[in-house]
Every structure is written in structure tokens, then in C-alpha cells.
Write a protein that binds this ligand. Structure first.
Ligand code: ADP
Ligand code: MG
Length: 680
């Protein structure tokens, strides 16, 4: 029976009903999907060694002929050894199999095999235990290793893929139009798939991968660009007058060039008659809040209301204080709504909001509640958006009609990646820090130097400045690490008894957190022992020292965020990373922290160290999962795929031309997996 791409997997020779179900679980329910189940890695069986030349204790492939009948040794209940000798005519190799009757019975005396495993023993008595075995007549080559699950071995998958190719015959249409393949020097799909599963050589594999990576990134880009075209919606919210200059004159500082540019870009959006969808990216301390404030001011002065949502009560409270400080004198009423706002106060806020008396509402997730209604919502700002899901942004936006949206991200990401992840957003970048900032001096110290660190902290606090100490844990527990609670107590009773020490962690009630933060902000606490709840956004310019205990436990971007809590004022600031870690990855992270303070470079390094899966793991970006492309490694291909996607959509925005049929289907399939989650 001949197969097509759409054939059910159970029609592939050797895959019965039962196995078909297992393939289904792997996402390979059809022949087409099976062929897109790419190997995770490869085993090189293409250049077998002779026995004498094979290296010891390294996985390798040896070619030899079985020279004796297989002997069975029953060691104890449940343990049977099968032994035989193999030879290549010059040397002998002892082969041992454990409990593997199936493999043992397949070995025939006088037949040549490839044995894949580690050679142990001595030069006079070489052994290989539990090797993988293939007949030499068919086994030579580069073999795929599949990500296996639920009872499907990598060999079973390999066999099914081989059968699928045989069943397909020559019928394998390429979704990439020929002129496109020629323009980007890409091989045909058939060649690519055959060689990604069964590479003729490593060169062929590279050619195959190149093409498949391009195809995947092209599909992704096409999907994102189309999505973006779809998100361009008309709005009646057209900004009449740009009020940013009057707002700037309210600020105690003059805005940086980058801040002005970002405001201009957003104002242009809001004047355009189309709803703004803009991402504001900037390193810690680059002044994103002031940009948001300028836009909220414009919105309110144009008769709209604005909402700003922050992920934590601490941040919401802080935004509220600074924004109301700036905007209230200018006649804008600002209110704060969080989970801990009292019921009576909440009611008052809701009424004033519905009546249009409140210009800017700052808050947490509480803003999303159904009872929160605006009279004319025009602008929605979300801070530190990676903490919010897509739906949450949509819920807030739905409280108005075609509102303008500004999304702020505190995790700088390389621009090409931003284009992917936020493919449906326009991007403004704050690539300039406010003047007068001094670089935070970063030091790495072993725990043995802690006394010196304390002495240094005292010196700073005696000079009227404040400091943070961050610990990874709230409570006593794992690995003998000191908890923030215990640590704060020890410090209060010991070295810092003469200082006011506060404690901040995620398990405190919101009100308590508020209080501690407020005390630190107004300076009545000198030292704040905290967990990573202070990681994002907190702004206390008088704090000049950030000490991070067990620094090896934090990711690079997180360390950078924490460091961003200091260096916000005029004084020289310090970040002291305490760690005795010796492991390579941790050492590299700490080194990177010492060598740069540029958030974009840190992000690059973080991406390299962790890989995109982890890097983006915490953010709910809702991107389809990539099977072969790697966002960190394949940046060059990504660029050309971006260019190609733009070219294609310019000519055929709906991908309805016959030659784009395959691409359109690929886009639909890729984004199907995203489904309801949507993007961002
Ligand atoms: P982030 O981008 O990390 O959110 P913030 O908005 O919290 O940064 O701003 C960091 C600090 O810099 C704040 O204390 C803010 O008042 C100050 N700031 C912002 N813009 C300027 C500027 N143009 N000149 C001087 N200080 C500024
Ligand atoms: Mg911020």
C-alpha cells in the first residue's frame, strides 16, 4: 500500500494499532508528523574501528565477526549473562550481554556485526558489555537517536521512519516554492528529511538541517507577521494633542534621548487611528516608568482613562506613590487598587472610576476583576509583563474599546529574539541610562570573607546609605542554606544590633510587605534582608549595596535584576556576590556579572548558558514549540527567514496563491499547537 503524508501512522508497515497509539502520544499520528519527529542526536556507525584500534572507555563502533556460539551463564535468579567472542581476524573481543535473550539469539556464528559501546579490559583482553548490535551488511551509517517515550524505543521509531519513506515512494511535495529554495540555497524536502533521519554523511546532515531550520523559522515568522497584521485594528481613540512636553516639565529630571524617542513613538501610535501595540524594552534603571507616566498623562489630558498593572503589590504601590506624586499636582486623580485594598475603599474607587473621576488606576491583578469598570479606558500599561499571561492583558484591554497597549519588559532580550517573541508588537528600546549613573561595582567573594562584607556594609550605612542582603530561601530547609528569616534574626542580634534591620519575603501578608517596603523606602530601615521578592522594579535610590548570598543559586538574568536595585542614585554602588561555588556554569555566571553591566549582553550570555527553553521557560510567551531550530544558535538563519517571510507576505498577504498552499498549511499546523493560548 502506498502512503501519503496524511496517512494514519498505523498504515506504516510494522506499526500496528497498539504502537500507533504510542506514536500518537509522541505527536506522530500521521506519516507526515512521523517524518517531522526529528532525531535528538546521532550515533556514528559509519566508520567502524578494528578491535585493536578502537579506543578504550569511549563509546565507539567496532566491526567484528562472531567467532563462537553464544554461551549462557545463569549468575543468580533474574540475571543471565550471554557471552561470546568476536574477531576481526587480528584481535579478539569478548562480548557480554545481560538478560538480553533477544539480542543474544540473533547473533550467529560466522556472521559479521557492528558492535556499538565502550571497550574495557586490557590490551590483551578487550571486552564490550551490553553493546548495541547491528548486522554489518546493513548497519553501517549514521544512525538517528530519537527522543523516546512510553515503550517506543529509538530503534522502533527508526524502523517506522524507514518504512514510511519506503511507503511514500516519490510522493513528497515541498512546501517551499522552488524559486525560494533557489534564492536561499536550500535542498528539497525529500533530501532534507531523508538525511535528517538517515544522514549519508555529516555534510548531508548539515545541508538537511539548514533547510529544515530555515523552513521552521520561516513558518514561525509567517505566522507571527500574519498575526500582527491581524492585530492592527482601527480605533476611535485618536490622540488630539501631544501633552508629553508639559509632562516632562513636571519631572525633577530631564528625560533621556531614549525616553523622548520612546514617548514620541508611542504618541505617534496613539494619534494614528490604529490601536497601539507596543513593547517598551529597557535595561534595569533605564527609566521605563517615566515613559509610561508620560503616556498616561497624555491619555488623561485627552479625556481618556489609563490603567497600569504591575505583578506585585510592592510594585503597584511604588508606581502609585511615584505617579500620584507627579500627576496629582497636575490635576490627575490617581488611585491604587490591590488585593489588600479595604472593601469600602474599593467600592469608592469603583464608583469614581465608573464616573470617570479617576484618571489613572494603578494596581495588581485586582484590576482584572469584573466589577472594575472604566468610563473611558484609553491606555493600558502592563509592567514587567513576563509575569502576566496573554489572557490577563486581553481581559484588561477588554474593559475599553480598541484601547492602546504598552507592554514593558524588564528582561532585556536581543532584538532579533524580541522580534520573534513579541512578533505581534512594535518595539521601542531604551538604550541609554539616565546621566550621572555610576557603574555598579561587582565583586565575587567566598563565604570566608563575610566579616569583611559586614564591615563594609556598616561603613556604608554609617554614611547614611542603605543596603540589601538577598537569600535564596524564606524558611529553614534544604541543603543547609540559611533562610532569610533566620539570617535576619542572626544579623539583628549579632553584627547589626545597632542598625535597623527589616525582613521581606513572599510569605508575608501583602500589607506587611507594603509596610516593610515603605519603611525601607523612607529610610527608617537601613538594612533589608529579603528573598527575590525584591527582584523586579523596586526603586530606592539611597540603597547602595546589594549583597547576594548563595549567588550560585540564581540565574544570570535574575542576578542582573537584583543588581539593578542599586546604582539608582548618585552614590557609587556595589553588588557583592557571595559564593563558594566551583562548578563551571556557576563560575561563568558570576564572571559574566563581574565583566559587564549591560543587560542586553547579559541576556545574550544567559541565553547561551541556559538555552532558549529555560531562558523563555518562565515567560508565558505562548510561542509554538520549535522542533529543530534553536533561537540562540540559529540567529543568522532567523534573519534570512524574517526577510523571506516579509517578501512572501508582501506579494501574497493571505498565502492564498497555489504555490504557497504548503506554507499556509504549515503555518496553520504550527500555530494550531498554540491554539487558545494566543501569543504573548
Ligand atoms: P526601570 O526602567 O528599571 O523601571 P525606573 O523607571 O524605575 O527604571 O527608573 C529608575 C530610576 O531612574 C528612578 O529613580 C527614576 O526616577 C530615575 N530616572 C528615570 N528617568 C530619569 C532621567 N531621565 N534622569 C534622571 N533620573 C531618571
Ligand atoms: Mg520598572
Amino acid at each position: 500500500m502506498s502512503l501519503t503524508i496524511d496517512s494514519d501512522i498505523r498504515y506504516v508497515k510494522g506499526v500496528g494499532e497498539k504502537r500507533a497509539q504510542l506514536f500518537g502520544k509522541l505527536g506522530a499520528g500521521s506519516v507526515g508528523a512521523l517524518l517531522r519527529l526529528y532525531p535528538r542526536s546521532y550515533e556514528d556507525w559509519s566508520r567502524p574501528y578494528s578491535i585493536a584500534q578502537a579506543p578504550f572507555n569511549e563509546v565507539c563502533c567496532v566491526k567484528a565477526t562472531v567467532a563462537a556460539p553464544v554461551k549462557e551463564h545463569r549468575i543468580r535468579a533474574g540475571m543471565v549473562l550471554y557471552r561470546t567472542q568476536a574477531t576481526d581476524g587480528e584481535s579478539l573481543l569478548q562480548i557480554t550481554l545481560f538478560n538480553n535473550r533477544f539480542a543474544a539469539s540473533a547473533l550467529q556464528e560466522g556472521e559479521a556485526y557492528l558492535f556499538y559501546g565502550k571497550i574495557t579490559g586490557t590490551a590483551r583482553k578487550r571486552e564490550m558489555s551490553a553493546p548495541e548490535i547491528r548486522r554489518a551488511s546493513v548497519g553501517q551509517g549514521i544512525h538517528p537517536v530519537y527522543p523516546q517515550t512510553q515503550g517506543l524505543s529509538t530503534k522502533m521509531i527508526e524502523m517506522a521512519v524507514g518504512q514510511a519513506f519506503r511507503g511514500l515512494g516519490d510522493s513528497l511535495a515541498d512546501p517551499l516554492p522552488t524559486p525560494l529554495r533557489q534564492a536561499y540555497s536550500l535542498c528539497h524536502l525529500r533530501y532534507a528529511l531523508e538525511n535528517v533521519h538517515f544522514p549519508e554523511s555529516y555534510e548531508a546532515l548539515a545541508i538537511a538541517r539548514q533547510r529544515l531550520i530555515f523552513e521552521e523559522l520561516l513558518t514561525l515568522q509567517l505566522g507571527l507577521l500574519r498575526l500582527r497584521m491581524g492585530t492592527v485594528v482601527k480605533t476611535n481613540l485618536v490622540l488630539g494633542k501631544d501633552e508629553s512636553e508639559p509632562f516632562f516639565s513636571l519631572l525633577p529630571f530631564s528625560p533621556t534621548g531614549a525616553q523622548r524617542r520612546a514617548v514620541e513613538e508611542a504618541v505617534r501610535d496613539m494619534k494614528s487611528g490604529k490601536a497601539m501595540n507596543r513593547l517598551l524594552q529597557g535595561d534595569v534603571g533605564s527609566g521605563k516608568t517615566a515613559v509610561a507616566a508620560a503616556l498616561c498623562y497624555c491619555a488623561v489630558k485627552n479625556g481618556w482613562q489609563a490603567a497600569m498593572m504591575a505583578p506585585t503589590e510592592i510594585l503597584a504601590g511604588q508606581h502609585y506613590r511615584s505617579l500620584s506624586g507627579l500627576l496629582a499636582p497636575a490635576g490627575v486623580r490617581v488611585a491604587l487598587l490591590t488585593g489588600s485594598t479595604k472593601a469600602a475603599e474599593k467600592r469608592k474607587i469603583r464608583e469614581a472610576l465608573a464616573a470617570g473621576e479617576i484618571g489613572l488606576l494603578v494596581g495588581t491583578h485586582s484590576l482584572l476583576q469584573e466589577e472594575v469598570r472604566f468610563s473611558r479606558l484609553g491606555l493600558v500599561v502592563t509592567d514587567e509583563q513576563h509575569r502576566f499571561g496573554v489572557e490577563q492583558r486581553a481581559v484588561l484591554a477588554a474593559k475599553g474599546e480598541q484601547v492602546h497597549m504598552l507592554v514593558m519588559s524588564a528582561t532585556p532580550i536581543p532584538r532579533t529574539l524580541a522580534l520573534i517573541i513579541y512578533g505581534d508588537l512594535d518595539i521601542s528600546v531604551l538604550d541609554e541610562l539616565p546621566p550621572g549613573r555610576r557603574q555598579v561595582q561587582t565583586l565575587v567573594m567566598g563565604t570566608g570573607k563575610r566579616e569583611r562584607v559586614y564591615a563594609f556594609l556598616k561603613k556604608e550605612m554609617d554614611a547614611g546609605r542603605q543596603a540589601y542582603i538577598v537569600c535564596p530561601l524564606v524558611e529553614e530547609g534544604d541543603g543547609g542554606l540559611t533562610s532569610a528569616e533566620q539570617y535576619a534574626k542572626t544579623l539583628k542580634e549579632g553584627p547589626f544590633s545597632a542598625y535597623s534591620v527589616g525582613l521581606l519575603h513572599g510569605k508575608l501578608k501583602p500589607k506587611q510587605k507594603e509596610q516593610v517596603m515603605a519603611q525601607f523606602q523612607e529610610g527608617s530601615l537601613s538594612l533589608l534582608v529579603a528573598t527575590t521578592v525584591i527582584e523586579v522594579g523596586v526603586d530606592v535610590p539611597n540603597a547602595t549595596v546589594m549583597v547576594i548570598e548563595n549567588a550560585e543559586r540564581f540565574g544570570l538574568s535574575q542576578l542582573h535584576q537584583l543588581r539593578g536595585r542599586v546604582g539608582r542614585g548618585k552614590e557609587q554602588s556595589y553588588c557583592i556576590l557571595i559564593s563558594d561555588a566551583r562548578n563551571e556554569a556557576a563560575v561563568r555566571r558570576l564572571k559574566a556579572m563581574r565583566s559587564t553591566s549591560d543587560g542586553f549582553r547579559i541576556a545574550d550570555e544567559d541565553l547561551k548558558l541556559r538555552g532558549p527553553g529555560d531562558f523563555f521557560g518562565q515567560r508565558q510567551h505562548g510561542l509554538p514549540e520549535l522542533r529543530i531550530a534553536d533561537m540562540a544558535e540559529d540567529v543568522e538563519v532567523l534573519r534570512s527567514a524574517q526577510a523571506a517571510a516579509r517578501g512572501i507576505l508582501q506579494l501574497d498577504p493571505s498565502l492564498s496563491a497555489p504555490e504557497h498552499e504548503g506554507l499556509r498549511r504549515a503555518v496553520e499546523a504550527l500555530f494550531d499547537s498554540v491554539g487558545e493560548r494566543g501569543l504573548n
